[in-house]
Design a protein. Structure first.
Length: 310
């Protein structure tokens, strides 16, 4: 079955003990993760959340099989088509992203655990720029000042001036480098947002951004980047490539297994495609995500952002 069309169409799999370890590999379990022994009912769940070990529960069968209480099985919440930051409770730590996971609750990025770099990748009109603006608002609420790098027109142009330390195109490498140095001397907590990151390679701002990525683990600065999935997956050098090495990012509207190659994961074969819908990837673990729409206060003299942006 695993080698047939039916098996290939099933994204979620529960792999119990098999006679041949190769069968578990065919089901999507990395060879290094195949246990030497699995007791009855113990298995590996393979799906959008990666590979997780589970133990199947046993029903009470004194008389007839029944659920533990009269209420029946728990209701699985439905992922909303869209959600606004203002309707969500702020996390105690980290940057609010939206809602997701099996229980469809607030999802946040915690730089202390997830690292200081996040790469947002998606196809056209998947919501990449909106995601950066949502993150920008979370950074401002966390007390950070913003530096924007945008090679072309972007929703980041409308971020309120009070939150900005500077906005730069691809030719102003000296300006970007000077802005970051000044912010470090002043002790500012800074988040650098880069839209269309695939367009900054071999430009004036590339050295400053590569330096930022190299020092971010110890400097306390954040680097939040967004770019085109097809362009990023085909590159072997550059700012986007250095960012993806961290293994933390958001895949918006993945359409092919190649999109998962950005972070070394296997994406669902038939993901739901709508703006802002995707997967939060944390070093091989995937969490279904609906990115929240940003607050209008994040923007300056601009209408509310549509979901169907870049």
């Amino acid at each position: 079955m695993l080698m047939g069309a039916t098996g290939a169409a099933v994204a979620e799999r529960l792999v119990l003990r098999t006679a041949d370890p190769t069968d578990a590999v065919l089901a999507g379990v990395p060879a290094r993760d195949v246990p030497a022994h699995l007791p009855p009912g113990r298995g590996l769940r393979v799906g959008t959340a990666g590979v997780r070990e589970v133990q199947v529960a046993v029903l009470d069968v004194e008389d007839t099989p029944r659920w533990p209480d009269a209420a029946g099985p728990p209701r699985v919440p439905t992922m909303p088509e869209q959600v606004c930051v203002g309707s969500l409770s702020a996390p105690s730590v980290g940057l609010l992203l939206g809602v997701g996971g099996d229980d469809v609750r607030s999802v946040a990025l915690d730089p202390a655990d997830d690292g200081p770099c996040l790469l947002v990748a998606g196809h056209p009109r998947s919501g990449r720029s909106t995601t950066l603006v949502t993150l920008a608002g979370s950074c401002v609420r966390a007390g950070r000042r913003l530096v924007v790098v945008a090679p072309r027109r972007s929703q980041l142009e409308h971020i309120g001036a009070n939150a900005l330390l500077g906005r730069f195109g691809t030719d102003d490498g000296d300006g970007l480098d000077g802005c970051l140095r000044t912010a470090r001397r002043a002790g500012h907590a800074v988040a650098v947002l880069v839209d269309d990151v695939e367009l900054v390679d071999h430009t004036g701002v590339e050295p400053a951004l590569l330096d930022l990525l190299a020092r971010a683990e110890t400097s306390g600065e954040l680097c939040l980047l967004a770019g085109s999935s097809p362009d990023l997956v085909a590159r072997f050098t550059g700012v986007g490539v250095e960012a993806r090495k961290r293994g933390v990012g958001i895949l918006l509207g993945p359409v092919s297994p190649l999109d998962g190659d950005l972070f070394g994961v296997r994406v669902p074969r038939r993901p739901e495609r709508r703006p802002g819908r995707g997967l939060l990837v944390r070093r091989g673990e995937m969490v279904p995500l609906q990115v929240a729409l940003p607050l209008s206060s994040t923007l300056r003299d601009a209408p509310p952002l549509p979901l169907e942006d870049r």
